[in-house]
Design a protein around this ligand. Structure first.
Ligand code: GLY
Length: 373
């Protein structure tokens, strides 16, 4: 049975590499309507993980079968460790063994791990084969599937090997959000909130007023948060695809966040979106200490995060982390630090992020100590 669908569309306008982000419900069950026009011949490969294979792949498969699109399937283990050199090699060799040609298209059905890995494998197979992102977590729908960052992890750190390689289409079926655990959902919401905080006060105010509907995952609210987040990200990526300047604003909360993730071993002790949310709170407090942001805005952000239950992971971290000096050392290892100078994203208020270098580290230390000791 074909389920009805309507969808919103955000264009990522990058000239000949432009693509659509289609956002709606029941899109997986109708995926061929979007995919078929992009295929030079009715053949593709779907890359997914063990969890998604059980829970979401069959809907896609049925629809591809109904539309006579021949497809191979590659199922990888779920989890961050999948973003490895070994799996990159495995995927590329599988694409070649399955006779994927230069103009054929591959599909990544999954969260950030599957999207980043599939995108990178696509970028280097035959010097670049087209790929589609079908993101299946809130975090991937609002962030990692959009903007063409693809990568694997190295022994030296997360996402250190990769390429900017844009997909041909992002198909965001919000039906998948209904089965997401509340922890994964709230982690994704950390990235949604980040967009309001960095560049759109009106969006933040909408989030404040709609906290209850968002927590209930009301369908209209979900379409609005994914659509607006993608519009904000798309605008930034369009202006600065390769992160020479403005795109770095998307790293609001990430310098603190990555230090906390590294300190907790990139494990389920702290999820990426949780770390970003906590990092945003700390960036607001740091901006206040540096005299560039009002206390009122800091309190407003903190209240919204409390209302949404987003500060719970911070409570668990207290007293369970390396020393403040060790955290500062970790920050200096961050790939965003240049010539030993730490680059932070600060805020002049809600919706007003800006880049700042060479900060007074004693202020950073104070913020960490107040929140984590
Ligand atoms: N996740 C940050 C970016 O895409 O630039």
């Amino acid at each position: 049975m074909t389920l009805k669908y309507t969808y919103k569309n955000v264009l990522v306008d990058l000239g000949s590499r432009s693509y659509n982000i289609n956002i709606g419900y029941n899109l997986l069950a109708n995926a061929s309507d979007f995919i078929k026009p992009l295929l030079p011949r009715p053949k593709t490969v779907v890359v997914t993980d063990t969890y998604l294979y059980k829970n979401h792949y069959l809907g896609l498969k049925e629809n591809l079968d109904q539309n006579n699109i021949d497809h191979d399937l590659i199922v990888l283990e779920q989890g961050e460790r999948t973003k490895s050199w070994q799996n990159l090699e495995y995927l590329v060799e599988e694409f070649l063994t399955k006779k994927i040609e230069r103009n054929d298209l591959v599909i990544g059905l999954g969260g950030g791990v599957i999207g980043d890995l599939t995108g990178f494998a696509a970028a280097i197979t035959r010097r670049g084969i087209p790929f589609i992102q079908i993101p299946t977590t809130l975090l991937a729908q609002v962030d990692s599937s959009v903007g063409g960052k693809t990568s694997i992890n190295s022994q030296q750190g997360k996402n250190l090997v990769g390429a900017f390689y844009q997909p041909r289409l992002v198909l965001s079926d919000l039906s998948v959000l209904e089965t997401l655990s509340s922890r994964d959902f709230m982690a994704g919401y950390g990235e949604v909130l980040k967009y309001g905080l960095l560049g759109d006060k009106g969006f933040f105010e909408w989030l404040e007023s709609n906290a209850k509907s968002i927590k209930k995952r009301d369908r209209k609210a979900m379409i609005n948060i994914v659509n607006r987040s993608c519009k904000i990200k798309s605008k930034i990526v369009t202006q600065d695809e390769r992160e020479k300047g403005q795109r770095a604003l998307l790293n609001l909360g990430h310098t603190f966040g990555h230090a906390l993730e590294t300190a907790t071993g990139y494990s389920d002790k702290l999820l990426h979106g949780e770390a970003v949310a906590i990092g945003c709170k700390l960036a607001f407090e740091l901006s206040y200490k540096l005299g560039v942001c009002s206390e009122e805005d800091v309190l407003r952000v903190s209240k919204h995060m409390t209302d949404m239950g987003m500060l719970n992971p911070l409570v668990k971290l207290k007293g369970n982390l390396p020393s403040i000096n060790d955290l500062i050392d970790i920050m200096h290892q961050d790939k965003k630090s240049q010539e030993g100078v730490l680059n932070f994203v600060l805020v002049g208020g809600i919706g007003q992020a800006f880049l700042a270098g060479n900060l007074e580290m004693n202020m950073v230390q104070e913020v960490l100590a107040e929140n984590l000791s």
